[in-house]
Every structure is written in C-alpha cells, then in structure tokens.
Ligand binder design. Sequence first.
Ligand code: GDP
Length: 194
Amino acid sequence: NFEIIFSGRSNVGKSSIMRELTGKNVKVGKRPGVTLKPTHVRYSDLLLTDLPGFGFMSGVKDRKQDIVKDQIVRYIEKNAERINVAVLVIDGASFLEIVKRWEERNELPIDIEMFELFRELGFDIILAVNKVDKIKSNELDATLDQICDKLNMLPPWKQWLDTVAPISAKKGDIKTLKSLLRQRLHSEKRDDLF
Ligand code: GDP
C-alpha cells in the first residue's frame, strides 16, 4: 500500500486537486469544514486521503477547530508507517495574509504547525501552492519566496523545486504537482500513474 495524504485549510482546493489527479469526485456530500473523518480515494494501488479541512469554518465554533486538528494529528500518527507522501495544500493567494493574522495574535498558524509535524514524522513532503491564477504573474516569484520563508525553507523558492508545486486546480494546471508525485512513485515502479 502507498498512501498519500492531503492536508490543508478548508476551501484551499484539496478536493479539486484530488479530482484533477484521479478523475474521481471526492467531495460527495461534504460540507466544507464539517466532515471530521478523512475521506479516501483509491487510485490504482494508491490510497489518496483527504484529511478534514482546518481553519475557516463558517458557523463552526473554535472548540470544533481544535477537535478537527486533534482528529488529523491522531490519524497521521496512527497511520504514520504507511503514509509515504504528505501534500500540504495552501491557497497561494491568501496564505501570507492568514499567517500574518495569526502571528499578530502570537499564534502559530495551523498550516505551519502541520508542516513541522510532517517534517518531524519524516514524511516526504510536497507543498502544493494552489490558486496561483489569483496571483499577478509579476508577483508570483516574490510571493513564493515569502511562502517558503514562512515554512522554514530558505528562499529563493526555486531552490525547493523538489518540494514546492505552484498549481491552479481550477484551470486544470497541476503538472508541477503531478511531476513531483511521479518522482516519489518512480522508485516504486508506479511512474505511469500521473
Ligand atoms: P477544499 O475545501 O479544500 O476541498 O476546496 P475545493 O476543492 O472544494 O475548492 C474550494 C473553492 O476554491 C471552490 O470554489 C473551487 O472552485 C475553488 N478553487 C479550487 N482550486 C482553485 C484554483 O486553482 N484557483 C481558483 N481561483 N479557485 C480554485
């Protein structure tokens, strides 16, 4: 078994990305931020796991957010041994603004916390920076540099082409993510999947 987990705030585009990757609709009857259980999609012999979205949840109390976080951490720790790749999905157009808000409250943004956890657990990490269609093209490099900096990857971002995949699921442009996944699967002789 080869498991790839997808983690990120609600609404960053996880479902869209997984649909682009597999052709399967993962968001069946799923209201944003309300589902606590991970959703699984089988794709050949891969297991793709959509973890509950954290962060923004309309009409959901703060305490519920902690529960979501605990659920995610519990799932990840319980299944760490079979998880091969962890994809953190962020909304490239709003990430820096959200991080700034958390930092002003002296809090560690959940995205950054998750990324650190993935590192500690030794996962092979991919950072999918989604919604780049919403970033002006002349600001893209600087934005990606700052995003990397926040996640403790020394800029320039192009030093991290093995980890960072700028994509737009909405436009169906996820080739950088596919290529990073293909890299990870290559040694497993599954390189024809993406
Ligand atoms: P999830 O909650 O993370 O599973 O996010 P969804 O896949 O449901 O997407 C949330 C919203 O963001 C939807 O309205 C999508 O159409 C939109 N979206 C997803 N990917 C992109 C993208 O690359 N660019 C833009 N502009 N919107 C996107």
